[in-house]
Design a protein around this ligand. Structure first.
Ligand SMILES: [Zn+2]
Ligand SMILES: [Zn+2]
Length: 310
């Protein structure tokens, strides 16, 4: 980067002195690229994939999220004094289960559903969307509350995917409006420093100023934060952490298992594939979840877009 240029959000911070630099503790998401990138990666992973139709549907959902993510007006910036207060108390400033949502998220949901309707959809998806559109705003807010508090009923699982997708857009835009240097990692290193949610997956970098760094990606707001490697992201144990994979695949996705708490989390290796995207690659590697699930490990936390059957 030349002098005078400004680093874009999500980019590696340059070091004016050059040389080796400690990895940035966290990278805020960029709403202009977060969902578009996932959509493109899903399209590419769908090729010759046994779940191609589903992955292409999820790609269209990500494209619809992108349309909502770049929609004006800009997100209202959270109150700085409240953000500072939370950071000082080592709490997430946008705590997903406590944050007072504005109706902007429901506008995003409407944009997302309109965009999805532009293409033919499976009959079940059309019916779920029609039922969701028929709900009044209080019922939709209640769905969002239930999703964020982990209290969703089975009957709402279908509609919840679209609500979760819209909340991802809303929280991604909010997180992007924060000022990264003013934030701190939480004492619970496995949780997002912006919104306190669990990660969807981790990425081990092979580029940037500190290759080999592990970043966990928030399942809700898309913030990435540094987490030491070979330490269980659920319990912090390191005595019996190992990697499991599917024989014969590219090696880009591995399940990091822990025999202290019997959970696993997915890790993606840029060294094997520079294009890995935590949101897309998680969906395209459900076979790995099945493999380690059958071997007795429980997933550290659900992907919010795959709540059915979890
Ligand atoms: Zn988050
Ligand atoms: Zn553990």
């Amino acid at each position: 980067m030349r002098q005078g240029e400004v680093a874009s959000k999500g980019a590696w911070a340059g070091n004016p002195q050059g040389g080796v630099k400690a990895p940035a503790p966290l990278l805020l998401p960029d709403p202009a690229t977060r969902f578009a990138r996932t959509a493109a990666r899903l399209e590419s992973l769908a090729h010759l994939h046994p779940m191609a139709d589903w992955l292409r549907f999820m790609a269209r959902l990500a494209q619809a999220q992108h349309a909502a993510a770049i929609m004006p007006p800009p997100t209202e910036t959270p109150d700085q004094a409240r953000v500072d207060q939370a950071v000082t108390a080592r709490m997430p400033p946008l705590a997903a289960d406590d944050h007072a949502r504005t109706k902007a998220w429901r506008n995003g949901l409407a944009t997302l559903l309109d965009r999805l309707a532009q293409n033919p959809m499976p009959a079940t998806a059309s019916s779920v969307i029609a039922q969701l559109r028929a709900r009044d705003e209080n019922a939709v807010e209640a769905l969002a509350d239930n999703f964020l508090h982990g209290g969703l009923g089975v009957a709402d699982a279908g509609a919840a995917m679209y609500v979760a997708a819209a909340l991802q857009v809303y929280f991604t835009r909010l997180a992007a409006s924060l000022h990264a240097p003013g934030l701190r990692l939480l004492p619970q290193r496995g949780l997002c420093p912006c919104c306190g949610s669990t990660p969807v997956a981790g990425v081990i970098t092979a580029s940037g100023p500190a290759p080999g760094t592990r970043y966990l990606y928030c399942s809700l707001c898309g913030t990435a934060w540094n987490h030491v490697r070979a330490v269980c992201i659920t319990c912090g144990g390191s005595r019996s952490v190992s990697l499991e994979g599917i024989e014969g695949d590219t090696g880009a996705a591995r399940a990091e298992t822990c025999n202290e708490c019997h959970t696993y989390a997915k890790m993606l290796y840029q060294a094997k594939d520079m294009q890995v995207d935590p949101f897309a690659d998680d969906l395209a590697t459900l076979a790995l979840d099945v493999l380690v699930g059958e071997a007795g490990w429980s997933r550290h936390a659900a992907n919010p877009l795959v709540l059915v059957g979890t």
